[in-house]
Design a protein around this ligand. Structure first.
Ligand SMILES: Cc1cc2nc3c(=O)[nH]c(=O)nc-3n(C[C@H](O)[C@H](O)[C@H](O)COP(=O)(O)OP(=O)(O)OC[C@H]3O[C@@H](n4cnc5c(N)ncnc54)[C@H](O)[C@@H]3O)c2cc1C
Length: 440
């Protein structure tokens, strides 16, 4: 017997506090106000991470705290459980949760919303998991800032010029928006460090690689071409149709056989659904949980999913699923709230639909590209639109304030050159379940 029929509050459990889970919980509290229901969010973290600004954390413009929205503040009417959901029992209607001290608990639900997002997709390339780092967490962003500044410092005192050159070489793999933004931000940080040390900035070398034949296919040919020009004008060596075949602690090997001595490698080539999805025993598409147009799971009307973890049919592109973006995750979170509420008799269910709002991509000092509502912008105007968009989209006033002040600081002062060293080597590494070899 469910709690709905036993006269107890209806229990809605949301798994994951990313864009989709956060928006779903926030909208559900409004929709179900006045009903006898209890919303519980279970997440590995006590924050919602605003990932689009991670490159600016790596580049030293923003503090990691500014891009982490505290759940306790933003979702005051939601019960928060910090832990990892390892399995879902669809018969008993429970999720099994393990906390950070290995304490376990079964949490019961009448409706469950699965939004555990994605992890970095790794390929079976020798040395990749050991020697590269991704860009999905604040720890990884801080790692890049610290690593770049530390290697520049060490290089200055190195007596072996070949070791110094390796220390001053950064390889970024993945030239879609996240990898390109990371390269641009780290380049700007390196330029600042070079200026303060009277070092020729060309001595700090950046390679941006991609297996595809263009950068940032998401923004189209014209803006992609402008991005390529800007990257090259900043001395970034962009190599398309190129990837890695092997990595060691002090080098990478490209697929044309070239060996590049380096100690800093970013792997930003894409994501794969959270490992939780594989444990469910439910149908998947490209590793993501198959859902119906109303975001419920076939045969399980009380189970819903959205965001990067779900294969949501794209109504604008028949036969396809929506790409893993924050834009879709936010809207799917809102659709999840409507449809979960409808399943409880509040409002009517609706299939997921969306309108493409375009993309904004910040490329460091004075430059961005953006295509809001299909209008193609680049340069300083795009930069203003990009920063204004992030301030608008940031879902908490205190975070918005902190980011706005950091942007103002960036206008008035140079980037701070500090490697605080808060992140240990193991914290910045790929997690065990990070989808090695999952080539969907
Ligand atoms: C560097 C970077 C830049 C990006 N920039 C943009 C951009 O500019 N525009 C854009 O549209 N998209 C962007 N994206 C993509 C965007 O971040 C994702 O599409 C979006 O975060 C997906 O939201 P989500 O809620 O599905 O998952 P996530 O945001 O990944 O959140 C998943 C949540 O679930 C939690 N979780 C995972 N597994 C479990 C579990 N087993 N138990 C409990 N909790 C769990 C996680 O801790 C996390 O809180 C960017 C991504 C990155 C990495």
């Amino acid at each position: 017997m469910t709690h709905e029929s036993a006269g107890e509050p209806t229990r809605i459990v949301v798994v994951g506090s990313g864009f989709a889970g956060f928006e779903c919980a926030r909208a559900l509290t409004r929709r179900l106000r006045g009903t006898d229901s209890r919303i519980t969010m279970i997440s590995a973290h006590d924050y919602m991470l605003y990932t689009p600004l991670l490159p600016e954390v790596a580049g030293g413009i923003l503090d990691a705290r500014f891009v982490t929205v505290p759940l306790s503040e933003a979702l005051p009417n939601v019960e928060l459980v910090k832990g990892n959901v390892d399995s879902v029992d669809f018969e008993a209607r429970t999720v099994h949760v393990t906390d950070c001290e290995q304490g376990v608990e079964d949490v019961a639900w009448d409706r469950v919303v699965l939004t555990p997002g994605s992890v970095t997709r790794l390929f079976d390339i020798p040395g990749l998991a050991e020697h590269a780092r991704g860009l999905k967490t604040p720890a990884e962003a801080l790692y890049f800032r610290d690593q770049l500044l530390t290697q520049i410092e060490l290089a200055e005192r190195d007596t072996d010029p070949s070791v110094a050159d390796a220390r001053r070489t950064v390889v970024v793999v993945g030239a879609s928006y996240a990898g390109t933004e990371l390269t641009a931000q780290l380049r700007a940080l390196a330029d600042e460090a070079a200026a303060r040390r009277n070092l020729d900035p060309a001595k700090i070398r950046f390679l941006l690689l991609d297996a595809a034949d263009k950068v940032m296919p998401e923004v189209g040919e014209k803006l992609g071409g402008k991005v390529l020009d800007v990257l090259r004008s900043r001395g970034i060596d962009v190599r398309l149709e190129t990837t890695l075949t092997e990595l060691g602690p002090e080098h990478v090997t490209l697929d044309d056989g070239t060996v590049i001595p380096t100690r800093t490698v970013a792997w930003v080539t894409g994501v794969t659904a959270s490992p939780l999805i594989d444990t469910l025993g439910l149908p998947t598409e490209k590793g993501r949980l198959t859902v119906r147009p109303d975001l419920s799971v076939e045969g399980h009307p009380d189970v819903f999913a959205g965001g990067d973890a779900a294969a949501v049919p794209d109504p604008k592109n028949s036969g396809s699923i929506t790409p893993p973006t924050a834009q879709h995750a936010v809207r799917q979170g809102q659709a999840l709230a409507s449809n979960v509420a409808a399943s409880l008799g509040v409002g009517d269910p609706k299939p997921y639909s969306h309108r493409d709002m375009g993309l904004v991509v910040d490329l460091g000092p004075g430059f961005a590209v953006a295509n809001p509502l299909g209008i193609q912008l680049s340069g300083f105007l795009a930069k203003v639109v990009t920063r204004a968009y992030h301030l608008y989209a940031m879902p908490n006033a205190a975070n918005r304030w902190a980011v706005a002040l950091a942007y103002l600081t960036d206008l008035l002062f140079p980037r701070p050159l500090v490697s605080i060293g808060l992140v240990t080597d193991s914290e910045s590494r790929f997690a065990a379940g990070e989808g090695v070899g999952a080539q969907h």
